[in-house]
Design a binder for this molecule. Structure first.
Ligand code: UT7
Length: 344
């Protein structure tokens, strides 16, 4: 009997951002806010928005997966599982993953959605790793994609600067090398649901003229409570993961934090003892794209990553949901077979 351990590794990334850029300057013409407030309290300068009529989350996801396929030389028929995760599906059903698979001509895969608020990508990556480790799948496409701005009330200055749209996808494959997902912590506490939620449009409050007039199809957030919980949970979880894997700050090449607020990102990095250079940040350009923030970071920073790099991913989101993953990166720099870059 072989004792070779199978781990799940990310073997490629693709991303997509819609063209339209909403700047802080434009926001100041919509609500009573300023570039200075948004930059100092949150750290966002601009965010991308999907404005074209008739375009949905799945359309951005399709673009991200097309770029992933080109970069990794993957054919649609080779995929055996495709998962979309996030909070802004095309429609309540069928699953957005089914729609994405159809648009890409993926015929041999089963596909479904996962929603765990802004921890959707982290929880999904842990779930996908279990499919790989059990030997049930060989090529999984996991997508974090959001048309989050459809939930944004552009008359509410406390939430409208925060969110953006975007998509990123990763390919997950088995490896017997000492690479891939090593350990993880995933937690949730539904009593936090009253601090960050979308009141209407579900079975509790189906869409009606009244729910629209009461503006109940927009994000409600108690920012300070979410902020405090995010800082403590992300820091505690990453510290626990470091301790139980005997990792010091010197051992860690990168922290990939959910991008909700630069101050939360900074607090998590500080608690881990990391210098700023080791913390991935793109909230300034993309805002909070919920399930897409973590894979968009990996896509954005791909050229800097090296095979064997110790990476910690950490998230916090609606639910509440939070967690951390410890993984070893599986390749060097940009992997783009269409340009002859194997990354190996
Ligand atoms: O991704 C899922 C998880 N989400 C998060 O992690 C988000 C966590 N929360 C946060 O990032 C922050 O709480 C916010 C960015 C949402 C808000 O920042 P804050 O420092 O907590 O501000 P605040 O809500 O305590 O408001 C402070 C002041 C208030 O004025 P007063 O009452 O002190 O006079 C607000 O009315 O800032 C005011 N304010 C604004 N001023 C200018 C709120 N929004 C704005 C704005 N422009 N856009």
């Amino acid at each position: 009997m072989s004792d070779t351990r199978i781990r799940a590794a990310i073997t490629g990334v693709g991303g997509y951002l819609p063209d339209y850029i909403l700047t802080n300057e434009e926001l100041t013409r919509m609500v009573d806010t300023s570039d200075e407030w948004i930059m100092t309290r949150v750290g966002i300068r601009e965010r991308h928005i999907l404005k074209e009529e008739g375009k949905a989350t799945s359309d951005m996801a399709v673009e991200a997966v097309k770029s992933l396929f080109a970069k990794t030389g993957t054919k649609p028929e080779e995929v055996d599982l495709l998962v979309w995760c996030g909070v802004s599906p095309d429609m309540p059903f069928p699953a957005t993953a089914n729609i994405i698979s159809d648009k890409l001509g993926i015929k041999n895969a089963f596909s479904f959605d996962i929603n765990a608020g802004c921890s959707s990508f982290l929880f999904s990556l842990v779930t996908m790793a279990a499919y790989i480790e059990a030997g049930r799948c060989k090529k999984i496409v996991l997508i974090g994609a959001e048309k989050l701005t459809m939930y944004v009330d552009y008359t509410d200055r406390s939430t409208c600067p925060l969110f953006g749209d975007g998509a990123a996808a990763v390919l997950i494959e088995p490896t017997t090398e000492d690479l891939g997902i090593i350990d993880s912590i995933t937690q949730s506490d539904g009593s936090g649901r009253k601090h960050l939620y979308l009141p209407a449009g579900g079975s509790l409050l189906p869409a009606s003229i009244e729910t629209i007039l009461r503006r109940q199809h927009y994000i409600i957030q108690d920012g300070q409570t979410v902020f405090k919980s995010a800082v403590s949970k992300m820091a505690d979880t990453t510290m626990e993961l470091m301790q139980r894997n005997n990792l010091t700050s010197d051992d860690i090449a990168w922290l990939v934090p959910h991008q909700a607020n630069l101050r939360i990102i900074g607090a998590t990095g500080n608690r881990m003892g990391l210098s700023k250079e080791k913390v991935m940040v793109n909230i300034d350009r993309f805002g909070n794209t919920s399930s897409a923030t973590v894979p968009l970071c990996l896509w954005d920073y791909e050229s800097k990553l090296k095979k064997g790099d110790n990476i910690i991913i950490a998230t916090f989101g609606a639910g509440f949901t939070w967690g951390a993953i410890y993984l070893k990166w599986a390749y060097n720099g940009i992997r783009d077979l269409s340009n002859g870059l194997t990354g190996l």
